[in-house]
Write a protein that binds this ligand. Sequence first.
Ligand SMILES: N/C(=N\S(N)(=O)=O)N1CCCC1
Ligand SMILES: [Zn+2]
Length: 263
Amino acid sequence: IKSCGNHSCPHPALHPLWQSPLTIPGGTRQSPINIQWRDSVYDPFLKPLKISYDPTTCLHIWNNGYSFLVEFDDSTDKSIIVGGPLENQYRLKQFHFHWGAINDWGSEHTVDSKFYPAELHLVHWNAVDYPSFEDAVMEGNGLAVIGVFLKLGARHEGLQTLVDALPAVRHKDTVIEFDEFDPSCLIPSCPDYWTYAGSLTTPPLTESVTWIIKKKPIEVDEDQLEAFRTLLFTSDGEEERRMVDNFRPLQPLMNRTVRSSFQ
Ligand SMILES: N/C(=N\S(N)(=O)=O)N1CCCC1
Ligand SMILES: [Zn+2]
């Protein structure tokens, strides 16, 4: 963790703005966590993750006051993931990001205590066992979230489509139609991932998530990260607060093992 070396600039983990409680009483599988590479255990029985998204299920992009998210029509099994650590298939519901005010931090998970400047979450739910997303959110095997780290590098053409739409959702509770987007363009082709049992990182913080964290980051450029930072936590007409550092502090690993799909 990089200290800013300047006490008047507290580390975002101490940032008063982060509304959700720092810890959940009685929580034993909270997220995010630090992934200590050498403590992760290779599991040869883990399958490759199969991702099949239908771009026509893409509905809209909106600013919910925590992040910006792209939501999908999850009334059919058109956009699903299967395999990996999962017992059955899970339907894509939405994806969103977490990022920092500066490139030194921003991701929710860390790898060997290293922060990335941002992290993508693709949220899926178990429509085989549960009738709705809201029900699945309350169940131990209800959700599966793919985490992808973003690192500073080359411009990402697929992400640019999203970035171009951000000015239209600058304020909280603004939404625009967004269609024909296939989010698999945001997922690295390298099949390697870590997986562990965790939780949502924003309210309701329920312990319902099978996390699948891709080992390889995607590259985005400075302008694209800066575009994220032009968004606002606040609604139109309110005093502007820039949407940055929207990540939850690291949570204790407790009695959990992180498995890897690779040696
Ligand atoms: N916290 C969440 N996702 S995350 N950050 O844990 O992936 N969500 C809250 C409700 C829907 C998804
Ligand atoms: Zn998230």
